[in-house]
Design a protein around this ligand. Structure first.
Ligand code: HMG
Ligand code: MG
Length: 297
């Protein structure tokens, strides 16, 4: 049975914009405010990582300070280590997200340490977050394949996910970083992880490189999953995964869910206009089919 409600976790301002050409801080702020006005309730608005590696996110603190904080939105940020966590807390973030991988090679390329070392780095974040009552989300990348190692065992994904939950994450987002997954594989991977972690603590994060993201969501929806990550206009990719395209477009996800009678709280037209505006500013095509159709009318 499908859920009656799905919580959409919008990653466009972070996952999307981290892999686009530099966008002015004011344009990021306008995007985040427009997403909130469209009814989006969870927005990952930036990351506190090394500006040497991801210059696109170097102004995340300024972005958080300039957005108009809507009371219905939980604003989040990626924090790879305690230093990033402290920076995020200093600007009043609602929640943070740590990130590791199910693939050793990807972990090394992305955050320059092993999976075990990454978990060790997260320990002080979990401790500080618990003390300050800040919810911590966790990402596991490469759950359906790795650009360096190929196939990744679902049991490995499950083990890393379980460890993160045991450490204190309220939710683990399962990332198909390079978008190679197909529906049956996605279902099987989710079932394997769900053997170790309750479905209510899992989220799905599909990139759309092979055009399978929406099909993967549909295949997984009757598992009881109720949080899906997506990026407005299908923005972005991953700087450490060559060829990876953007996330599933939020507009396409909302259209699918509303068509199934599933509530999202989001006004689709307002969302599409927000995505179109940022695409114009970036000078790039809008990757949402739904936005293209809606805005052509
Ligand atoms: P490190 O281990 O300290 O070493 O950083 P490093 O050599 O990688 O970087 C060192 C430099 O980063 C030093 O600066 C540090 O001071 C600085 P330098 O002396 O060279 O000038 N540094 C920091 N700067 C700002 N904020 C910080 C911070 N920490 C260290 N918090 C680190 C490890 C993870 C920080 C670094 O490698 C990094 O920032 N990597 C970028 C990771 C990243 O943002 N990847 C993309 C996001 S993950 C993703 O997209 C996947 C996801 O969407 C899910 C999916 O699709 O699968 C989440
Ligand atoms: Mg991603």
């Amino acid at each position: 049975m499908y859920p009656t409600q799905v919580s959409i976790y919008e990653v466009g301002p972070r996952d999307g914009l981290q892999n686009e050409t530099l966008l002015a801080t004011s344009a990021k702020v306008a995007l985040i405010d427009a997403l909130a006005a469209a009814g989006v309730r969870r927005i990952e608005a930036g990351s506190f990582v090394s500006p040497k590696w991801v210059p696109q996110m170097a102004d995340s603190a300024a972005v958080y300070q300039q957005i108009h904080r809507a009371s219905h939105v939980r604003y989040s940020a990626l924090t790879p280590n305690l230093r990033g966590f402290e920076q995020a807390v200093a600007v009043g973030i609602d929640e943070v997200a740590v990130f590791t991988a199910a693939s050793e090679s990807f972990c090394q390329r992305n955050i320059h340490c092993s999976i075990t070392e990454s978990l060790n780095r997260f320990e002080p974040i979990f401790a500080a977050a618990k003390q300050q009552r800040i919810p911590v989300r966790a990402y596991v990348s490469c759950v359906l394949g790795c650009p360096y190692e190929g196939e990744i065992a679902a049991l490995q994904v499950a083990a890393v996910s379980k460890t993160l939950i045991d450490m204190g994450a309220y939710q683990v987002s399962l990332g198909d970083t390079i978008g190679v997954g197909t529906p049956l594989k996605a279902q099987r991977m989710l079932a394997a992880v769900n053997n170790q972690v309750p479905i209510a603590q899992l989220a799905l994060h599909f990139h759309d490189t092979y055009g399978q993201a929406l099909a993967n969501v549909l295949a997984c929806l009757d598992s009881g999953i109720s949080t899906i990550d997506s990026a407005v206009a299908g923005l972005g990719g991953c700087p450490y995964a060559k060829g990876a395209s953007g996330n599933l477009a939020t507009e396409d996800l909302v259209y699918l869910l509303h068509g199934l009678g599933i509530d999202t709280s989001i006004d689709l037209l307002q969302l599409a206009l927000a995505g179109q505006q940022v695409c114009q500013q970036l000078g790039k095509a809008n990757h949402s089919k739904v936005a293209q159709a809606l805005l052509a009318r």
